[in-house]
Ligand binder design. Structure first.
Ligand code: HEM
Length: 217
């Protein structure tokens, strides 16, 4: 990755750029999924469009998967480097005075989100890939498939837990990504923090709503 990722500043910058890309993806992903609450037909159409548009399939989807992988690998590298920089860790009492629980536990919330993604891609993405490229059998529409998954209590519980941790991850990550690219300003920083707080509540709440809606209806 050359110069950008060979210093701590460079790594943080690259981490922040991948984070910002994922922040935008989450808004779009929620918007498409929210259509399923409004109308099965509209959701199926949107889903069909996303699944068949070459620009999305062969440009945006690979870029997204690289961004997810990059964010995850870089997160681990930064965590290990940070641990090496202070091998004894924070003194227990000093830690809460100097940083929030969320900021100290990005690696834990991140690991839970990663576990969720493995389950999620297995449940939702793999069937599409296998249908499109490997003649895999998938019965019913995308909407039926989603409804089927969210009729399982364990899936809904696992997803809701993951979405709560996603909220905690975003609560620190949103504003942190702006700090890492150097956007620090007495006037804008409070606004970025406020938008980050709203974002980290509304996006996970939206996903929770979609999952519960399909479980209950
Ligand atoms: C109620 C919550 C959610 C629903 C109903 C949902 C639904 C879906 C569906 C239907 C697909 C398959 C798209 C395809 O056929 O290619 C998909 C893919 C994906 N989802 Fe989700 N999703 C949810 C939450 C999330 C969250 C919270 C994340 C990230 C933290 C996420 C990340 C992804 C990724 C990375 C893909 C693969 C890329 C893509 O095809 O767009 N999803 N999701």
């Amino acid at each position: 990755m050359g110069g950008l990722t060979s210093s701590t500043i460079g790594r943080k910058y690259a981490m922040a750029l991948s984070a910002m890309f994922l922040l935008i993806f989450l808004i779009m992903h929620l918007a498409v999924n929210f259509l399923s609450v409004i109308s099965a037909d509209v959701f199926n159409e949107a889903s069909h469009f996303m699944g068949n548009n070459p620009l999305i399939q062969f440009l945006m989807q690979p870029v997204l998967l690289v961004a997810v992988l990059f964010h995850f690998v870089m997160g681990f590298i930064l965590e290990i480097k940070n641990k090496k920089a202070r091998p004894v860790g924070y003194a227990v009492n000093g830690a809460s005075a100097n940083s929030t629980w969320m900021s100290r536990n990005m690696i834990i919330s991140g690991a839970v989100i990663l576990a969720f993604l493995a389950l999620h891609l297995y449940q939702f993405w793999l069937p599409t890939i296998s249908k499109n490229y490997f003649d895999g059998a998938i019965t019913g529409t995308d909407y039926d498939h989603m409804k089927g998954k969210f009729s399982e209590l364990w899936t809904v519980v696992a997803y809701v837990i993951a979405f709560v941790l996603l909220g905690l991850h975003l609560a620190h990550g949103f504003q942190s990504s702006f700090q890492s690219i150097g956007a620090r300003h007495p006037q804008y920083t409070p606004a970025i923090k406020a938008i980050g707080n709203w974002y980290s509540v509304l996006i996970p709440a939206g996903f929770i709503f979609v999952a519960l809606f399909h479980f209950l209806t």
